[in-house]
Design a protein around this ligand. Sequence first.
Ligand SMILES: O=C(O)CCC(=O)C(=O)O
Ligand SMILES: [Fe+2]
Length: 326
Amino acid sequence: MRRESSSPDDVILTLTPAESKELDAVAQYLTTLADAVDDRQWVARARTAWEELPARYRGRLREFRRDSGPQGVFVVRGLDVHEDELPSTPSVRGSAQRAPSIPAAVLLMTACGLGDPAAFLAEKSGALVQDVVPVPGQEEFQGNAGSVDLMMHNENAFHPHRPDFVMLLCLRPDHDRVAGLRTASIRQALPLLSEQSRAGLARPDFTTQAPPSFGEADDQGQQHAVLHGDLDDPDIKVDFAATNGETPAARAALAELRDRIDEVAFTLRLESGDLAIVDNHVSLHGRTAFRPRYDGRDRWLQRTFAFADLRRSRDHRPDDGYVLTR
Ligand SMILES: O=C(O)CCC(=O)C(=O)O
Ligand SMILES: [Fe+2]
């Protein structure tokens, strides 16, 4: 992983070979315990298996859960994922990891350490471990199947129960090693914003569109603020591809925010075995452009969401399952 702008080392945890082996052994065992990733029993097993993971891994993630720091992102390097042992990169829309695998085990155990995993039915049928891969014909799409610049966003910014953490595990980087996961936190952008824009962003003068696949979301079209909570350390709710200002002042504040976010953003070129975790309350993420070849060796990340307090979304999850159906 190379960086384009410096960031403190405490954002990265590089596993020792011994830790990596220990983690892999737990993940390996977990893969033998069920036939399907989305089986509730497997999630229950992952929750128990979390306790067996290396102490430093659990400790650092628990700290991150409590306070995600100035950058609101954490990267674990050195997970036991070997590109040469992987099957071909999928290239169809909506693909997901249905059979237990080492990466899926790592993602689900980690989700259980941060809270609980869950997914949205409208996205890849609600699979808990989703493939993030380029899809032929979708190059220009502002979503993870595209390959042009993906604008900075909170994940599911429009939704009343957006995930608390977005986990992206790199299985295989792009051929040219140019695709970068970009992240930027409001904690770093806030001091650069004018007083006027800060005040403007805290007013409910914005709307955020849901992707059509979600149908009519609960607060679709409802006006919201971009910055909320304690305005000295606010949460951010924005998707630069889907959020609009409803007044000229709101639009000006949004434009300023976009520039300041770009100034503080940094780029992570993830390698096989790198896991990035984004705090979806204080940080935005996006991706730089790359050129897919559709030859089975394209960039391949797997993604799982973690919810710190799953109970809050109970009325969106039939049978108290792990899928939000609306
Ligand atoms: O491709 C990436 O690095 C990020 C894609 C993304 O925003 C997502 O999957 O949520
Ligand atoms: Fe995203």
